[in-house]
Design a protein around this ligand. Structure first.
Ligand SMILES: Cc1cc2nc3c(=O)[nH]c(=O)nc-3n(C[C@H](O)[C@H](O)[C@H](O)COP(=O)(O)O)c2cc1C
Length: 171
């Protein structure tokens, strides 16, 4: 049986961008469009963040589907040095409303990096705690490019709870 998976990876753009403002780099815009077109059909959701020429992406969905999508993304020439940071079996999606959320704001991330004692965004160095903190921050940060476009929550698999003795006896 396939399970719900949350995968987080990082990669570096092959098309370095010297970012001045908070505008969305053209490659990132295209990636978002592709994600928002394809992911709903796969019931995949997640979040994408781009800073310091590094992509940070979380993908949530059925295990086999996420793995296959990750394989596809890995061959994309727009990025390199792809490293999986975390793969977790989960029972609940963190980005259930999104085919692909995009967080452009750097200020809140900068605050978090400061807390971690880092002065630049380098998620290659992140540990489990830092990944979770960043994902939590992304769940509570607005996406200025789009509105939530999915409702995957109802499709989430509940853990297989064993029925209690009394439930088995009396229903
Ligand atoms: C950092 C990064 C993240 C991506 N994320 C997704 C994604 O979530 N979903 C998706 O379909 N494509 C994603 N892509 C694009 C795929 O690699 C691929 O170009 C795209 O799925 C092809 O779409 P098509 O089959 O509709 O032509 C991503 C690419 C990069 C570089």
């Amino acid at each position: 049986m396939s399970h719900l998976l949350r995968m987080v990876y990082v990669s570096t753009t092959t098309n370095p961008i010297h970012q001045a403002g908070t505008e969305i780099p053209i490659d990132v815009g295209r990636i978002l469009m592709q994600s928002r077109k394809n992911n709903p059909k796969l019931e995949v959701g997640g979040v994408l963040y781009f800073s310091n020429d590094i992509f940070f992406q979380c993908l949530e969905g059925e295990q086999d589907v996420v793995n296959a999508l990750y394989q596809k993304i890995s061959t994309d020439p727009r990025h390199k040095d792809i490293e999986t940071l975390s793969v977790k079996r989960v029972y609940k999606r963190q980005f259930s409303d999104w085919s692909m959320k995009y967080v452009a704001t750097k200020d809140r991330v900068a605050g978090l990096l400061k807390k971690f004692g880092m002065d630049e965004f380098n998620p290659y160095e992140f540990d489990d705690y830092m990944i979770e903190e960043l994902l939590n921050l992304f769940t509570t940060t607005d996406d200025k490019t789009s509105k939530p476009d999915q409702n995957y929550s109802s499709k989430v698999q509940a853990p297989n709870k064993k029925k209690s003795f009394w439930t088995r006896l009396f229903g």
